[in-house]
Design a protein around this ligand. Structure first.
Ligand code: WT7
Length: 655
């Protein structure tokens, strides 16, 4: 466990404020104490029956399942395997005709344009785009990569894939061309869906232009659908490119949903790990959807009259589970905002909450900290009385940010659900039940019913005692877990199951549990960074750096940062003489740009330091703990007697 994690937990240990559910909220909550206890007890006594009942009650099946869990090929678990369903039917058709005129999506673009789509209109759009995909020969099992701005068509395209059983893989629009190309090629996608551009931070992000640069290196792609959004000029390849509006113009208004098996992959989503290239996390259809629906009710207490706003981009898992699928499956109204929180000023989020009467708001600690820094005046200008529940996700929320969120956004009236989960887990795993749980700022509460979370030591034995740190593991498979790493089952086993001989799913996080059974997440225990809640592998950034002609070696570590949680700090050894002065400054500029082009702007190192060599152990392993201490400006406590050149400590420290 890193020193930084220990410090986080040290400071959190002093947190003893508690917030019981407000009486008014508790009285109306969908999950009340008795129901919560019943769910917990049933999951304890009859695990498979518990999940079978949930899956029968919450999903519309075309053919019901008869087997709940198949563990014969563990850890490649299968859930509800002989059932047949269609995910888009479960998100849209099931609400018709009852909710035909209810808004499914309220959209606000960064420039201020707005759009509303009712459930009936959403179905119409999904069906037409599904037919457009079919018109280009896309069929069940084919992969479709999305590289889109945060506009309704992103959700429409995902739902359209689900309708025909195509497997989507969304690539965050902030990733570079190289990242896009690698993901397209790993997935062997037949088609890409993109836009001319999207509006972000007052600029046009030219997505089609990025696609054009790499598409020649993606032999599997025969079609690129292009949504006209920003109106910026684009270049065109008539054999391959087709405008969205032209593709749907001739498409039929009827598209029978394709029945898929419960285990049919709904999507791949690439995410970073501590080794190798980003891996394609493969999720199922039925189990995954079940997780999103249940947590919409258990954790977000969702009701038909809610306007639900999750600020995450569809390029991340949060934007899958709580933008594209969960809110629709739950029949809520989904708010989508295209742009950045500070445009035109830091009141934008609160203005949107007022304008569209948002009732449940879900965002990341990094956004809360950034908005808090702008002062209390911005939220004070807006009527936030429609809000009734707030959520947090992506990294531990520090108690100060929690208190600000609670006071200035929730006006002391709204519970805050701090939700712990991962790309791999599909949906919330550890989170409060807002009408039941007493909240502790900085803790994500107890594990949800049916989720067997525990903390173990490095031998895999449960630590047992309260407040003892260890590895956060999940002891039993759950329906919304990842199924495998796309076309790499061995990597799935090695990454998530090997550490404790297949006994547990290993999350990669450190945590402790207090005497009340509340989990306190201490951060990653592997070489994964969380920068503004985004997940980045140190190795990926190192590989990008060493691909530069002047770089011989590089080591990347995280440094605590007040706003972004962690900041990227790179130690670089160049070929030839160690740069200094203006040469070092120019190279730093160049390397930051380089990383941005290779991975994306989110991966740009905040600090680059040049050194003659990297501190290594006798066996040649980079001393990352030492580098983390140096990056954080902490005193060095490690044994450095094995260093070949003790002077490098001073170089590393930037003297
Ligand atoms: C990692 C997963 C889950 C969707 C967004 C991130 C960290 C996530 C919390 C939380 C403390 C959290 C963990 C986890 N994390 N939520 N509420 N409290 N840490 O998904 O990119 O797959 O990252 O985010 O370190 O392992 P992801």
């Amino acid at each position: 466990m890193s020193d930084q994690s220990r410090d986080t937990i040290e400071s959190l240990s002093h947190e003893d404020r508690t917030f019981p559910p407000p009486a008014e909220f508790a009285a109306r909550a969908q999950i009340q104490e008795a129901e919560y206890r019943r769910l917990l007890a049933l999951a304890e006594t009859d695990y498979e029956r518990f999940w079978a009942e949930q899956a029968q009650a919450e999903l519309q099946w075309i053919q019901p399942f008869t087997r709940t869990l198949n563990d014969r090929e563990a850890p490649h678990y299968q859930w509800f395997e002989d059932g047949l369903l269609n995910v888009s039917v479960n998100c849209i058709d099931r609400h018709l005709p009852d909710r035909a005129n209810k808004p499914a999506i309220i959209f606000e673009g960064e420039p201020g344009d707005t759009r509303r789509l009712t459930y009936a209109e959403l179905l119409h759009e999904v069906v037409r785009f599904a037919n457009a995909l079919r018109g280009r020969g896309i069929k069940k099992g084919d992969r479709v990569v999305l590289y889109m701005p945060m506009v309704p068509e992103a959700v429409i395209a995902m739902q359209a894939c689900a309708r025909i059983g195509a497997i989507h893989s969304v690539v965050f629009g902030g990733f570079s061309g190289d990242s896009l190309r690698d993901r397209i090629n790993d997935a062997e996608a037949s088609a890409v869906v993109t836009a001319d551009g999207g509006f972000r931070s007052g600029r046009v992000i030219e997505l089609k232009a990025v696609c054009d640069r790499i598409i020649g290196d993606c032999p599997s792609v025969h079609t690129v659908f292009v949504l006209k959004r920003a109106g910026n000029p684009v270049t065109w390849s008539p054999a391959r490119d087709i405008w969205w509006h032209e593709a749907v113009a001739g498409a039929g208004a009827d598209c029978p949903p394709v029945a898929v098996g419960a285990e049919h992959p709904l999507f791949l989503l690439y995410t970073s790990g501590s080794t190798g290239r980003p891996k394609g996390i493969q999720h199922s259809s039925a189990g995954y959807l079940l997780g999103t629906i249940l947590t919409m009710r258990w954790v977000f207490d969702i009701r038909p009259d809610d306007v639900f706003w999750c600020t995450a981009d569809v390029g991340w898992i949060t934007g899958h589970s709580y933008v594209a699928y969960g809110p629709l499956a739950a029949g809520a109204t989904l708010l989508m905002y295209e742009g950045a929180p500070m445009v035109p000023d830091p009141g934008r989020y609160w203005q949107i909450c007022e304008r569209h009467k948002v009732s449940v708001f879900y965002t990341a600690p990094t956004a809360i900290r950034a908005l808090k820094k702008q002062g209390d005046d911005y939220p004070a200008r807006y009527d936030l009385s429609s809000l009734r529940l707030l959520g947090s996700v992506g990294e531990p929320i520090n108690p100060e940010a929690w208190m600000w969120y609670h006071t200035h956004i929730g006006h002391g009236r709204c519970p805050i659900v701090d939700t712990w989960w991962q790309t791999e887990t599909g949906a919330h795993m550890i989170a409060p039940i807002p009408g039941v749980s007493t909240l502790k700022p900085g803790s994500c509460g107890r594990a949800l019913p049916g989720i067997m979370a525990d903390i173990v030591d490095n031998k895999g034995d449960p630590v047992g005692a309260a407040n003892t740190g260890g590895f956060l593991v999940i002891k039993r498979p759950w329906p919304f877990m990842l199924r495998t790493v796309w076309r790499n089952p061995q990597r799935y086993i090695d990454t998530y199951w090997k550490e404790f001989d297949g006994r547990y799913y290993v999350s990669g996080d450190g945590a402790k549990r207090d005497a009340d059974g509340y989990f306190w997440i201490m951060g990653r225990v592997d070489d994964v960074l969380k920068v503004s809640g985004h997940r980045l592998g140190t190795m990926e950034i190192e590989s990008a750096l060493v691909a530069h002609s002047r770089v011989a070696e590089a080591a990347v570590v995280g440094r605590p940062d007040e706003l972004t949680g962690e900041a990227i700090c790179a130690f670089v050894v160049v070929r030839g003489t160690r740069p200094s002065g203006p040469d070092a400054e120019a190279l730093t500029q160049d390397l930051r740009q380089w990383v941005s082009e290779h991975i994306g702007p989110i991966a740009k190192p905040a600090v680059i330091r040049y050194t003659d060599n990297l501190p290594k152990t006798r066996s040649g392993k980079i001393m990352r703990r030492l580098l983390r201490a140096v990056a954080a400006g902490e005193p060095i406590t490690q044994d450095v007697s094995t260093l070949e050149n003790p002077d490098i400590i001073r170089q590393l420290q930037g003297d």
